[in-house]
Design a protein around this ligand. Structure first.
Ligand SMILES: C[S@@+](CC[C@H](N)C(=O)[O-])C[C@H]1O[C@@H](n2cnc3c(N)ncnc32)[C@H](O)[C@@H]1O
Length: 292
């Protein structure tokens, strides 16, 4: 596992130390504890197989790279690159703790520090919206360059309409996103053959899988859309119901304990707390809804 401390010039939105430090905790809260399951789902979408070589671009804290390593196994290789030295330092520590042989390095998506045709798969999740449009195009060309012919790219991002949609994840993420149609156009214009697209099944995340053309491959018509293959929504964890009940009971006990003389108020308080928590769960944690 390697890392470098150099800071790299880019017009991308690079996450610094404070954001890096809280990134995994925030991901855990926003996915209601389903971050690992989400990463496994994404690695599945990338169709990673044992022995393959994989690059995760804009890898952040390395959660997806670690999921990729679980899939490609000891015979495969996983690299992660991010423009943030803080993210790379965190990812490297995480891989060390997990005993996973994943190589992380500082670098930019628009100028990938790898030779041509080095990888079977490239992944870019929640990264594209951090790049201005010209850099997205540079990244797509670079991804094609570092992929072997017949390799594939997985791109995942918030739907561009996320800021208006329901779900805590989307609500907190008002920087916008990159719609699946925009991802299809981006990849097709770079020379990829988009094969499948759809909802990831959590929040408003959308994906595109596209192939790097091999010699002799028929060129698909640009009018031919990729297959729409949305995944089923990820199940909301059952513990959330118990957590809500536990908080409601705790609030009730606190009120009863402190205001024993005002039992009527405590009942009203309990009702209000339950109503508030129900509102939070139904309306704010509505992140399981997915656009198909
Ligand atoms: C929202 S995070 C996504 C991290 C990770 N891929 C995930 O799915 O959780 C976006 C990442 O893109 C990185 N980034 C921003 N501009 C970049 C660039 N030009 N090249 C490489 N990474 C970049 C940020 O530092 C940040 O770690």
């Amino acid at each position: 596992m390697t890392t470098t401390e150099e800071t790299i010039a880019t017009k991308g939105l690079v996450m610094r130390a404070a954001q890096a430090r809280w990134y995994d905790a925030l991901a855990a809260v926003l996915t209601l504890g389903r971050d690992r399951a989400l990463r496994d789902r994404l690695a599945g979408l990338a169709q990673l197989a044992p022995g393959e070589s994989v690059l995760d671009v804009g890898c952040g804290t390395g959660s997806l790279a670690l999921a990729a390593k679980r899939r490609v196994g000891d015979t495969g290789t996983v690299d992660g690159v991010d423009a943030s030295p803080d993210m790379i330092a965190l990812a490297t520590r995480k891989a060390t703790r997990a005993g996973a042989a994943v190589t992380f390095r500082v670098g930019t998506a628009e100028r990938l520090p790898y030779p041509d045709a080095s990888f079977d798969a490239v992944m870019a999740t929640l990264m594209l919206h951090h790049l201005p449009a010209p850099l997205r195009r540079d990244f797509a060309r670079e991804a094609l360059r570092v992929l072997r012919p017949g390799g594939r790219i997985l791109a995942v991002d918030f739907s561009a309409a996320s800021a208006q949609s329901a779900g805590l994840l989307a609500r907190l993420h008002r920087r916008g996103g990159v719609s699946r149609d925009a991802m299809v156009v981006l990849l097709r214009d770079a020379g990829f053959h988009p094969e499948a697209t759809g909802a990831v099944g959590i929040a408003d995340l959308q994906y595109v899988v596209a192939e790097s053309p091999a010699a002799g491959d028929p060129v698909p018509s640009p009018d031919e859309p990729p297959a729409l293959q949305s995944l089923p929504p990820m199940a909301r964890p059952e513990w959330i119901v118990f957590a809500v009940l536990a908080v409601a009971v705790a609030v009730h006990l606190a009120i009863v304990g402190q205001l024993a003389a005002r039992v009527a108020w405590s009942a009203a308080g309990l009702l209000a707390a339950v109503a508030l928590l129900a509102f939070v769960v139904v309306h704010i944690f509505g992140g399981g809804r997915a656009r198909h």
